[in-house]
Design a protein around this ligand. Sequence first.
Ligand SMILES: *Cc1c(COP(=O)(O)O)cnc(C)c1O
Length: 411
Amino acid sequence: MNADDRTTGGGERPLPEGLRRETLAVRMGLPASRHGENSEALFLSSAFVQPDSETAAWRFAEMGDFTYTRTANPTVRSFEMRLAAMEGAEAAIATATGMSAILLLIMGLLKAGDHVVCSRSVFGSTIGLFGKEFAKFGVHTDFVSQTDLDAWRAAVRPETRLLFAETPTNPLTEVCDIAALAELARSAGALLAVDNTFCTPILQRPLALGADIVMHAGTKFLDGQGRVMAGALCGSARLMREVFWPVLRTAGMVLSPFNAWVVLKSLETLALRIRAQSASTLAVARWLERHPAVERVYYPGLPSHPQHALAMAQQSGIGGAVLSFVVRAADAEAARRAAFHVVDSTRVLSIAANLGDTKTIITHPATTSHGRLTEEQRQAAGIGQGLIRLAVGLEHVDDVTDDLQRGLGSL
Ligand SMILES: *Cc1c(COP(=O)(O)O)cnc(C)c1O
């Protein structure tokens, strides 16, 4: 979190200013220890020995250095510095999971009586946390259409403190205009937080578009290999230090140093992975769009996507590595059977509920991630029985389409 720590290679050679994102992804972090390790060390230590009582007293009062891992840890700090640099943020705070990043966001910013405007298409647990858990504490959230700016504007009240958006959404890849929402938040005296899990800073930098806070589920593309849970908030040094850090060190939703080490090292290959996975996703999307058994494909990288132009402008011209498609069927029951047939005919893809992994994951949202909704709620959300979500990994793209063809070709 401390910009003065921007050194590497034993601390003797501070990193020069103006390094590009790819370089920061590999180099940013705390200095190496006195052993000069070239790969960042993993500090699995709950406490840190203090040289003397005077120093200990200062460190505990100022939180200036390492004392106890709930307060700060060198491996976690390196991950925070690296992610902040990649997002173009002054600072970042790591959390145990993506959801605990949102928990920290709410606990840090909001109190009883405050109001939130949130897209109704965000991650399901995000809806639960805002709409149910924090309603108990008197924080009221209105959920509005992801793409209807007038609906966001109409929902804002004098006590609105936070606008929360996620773009593109899961599974229908709806895109919202971050710059327009930032403008709306500013005029309302509220903050805009954006869940950047799907695009990562490689494709989309919400802070540069005017957002105040970026939130991450590091569990997804940041780890990128389906191993650990992680989360983060990024933003101004003042917000991190004065608003979120005091809550974090008290409430303790900290990232484990081991998990921090895994995601720290994964950031080094993030740009390569997300570009390769996105290129494969575009190829799969084009293949699906031509397939006679497919009714519709949802992917921001396709010209047929309703917000294609906005997505390309906002996401560095890249659609990302998640798409959804609908299989053709006469009615809901036939659609469900057809979707199950496609999913169950795969032999390479993983039937799972994660995304952002090197292994391609296939999901039937209506009976898994959105299975707890009523049929009417699902219809309203556009999650039909024929919908299949694909989070494309790093396999050869022809093996992915061949695996889909097993089911699609025999419907
Ligand atoms: C997975 C996910 C989350 C929650 O992250 P966890 O690490 O599972 O807690 C939040 N937002 C989005 C967009 C996600 O995909």
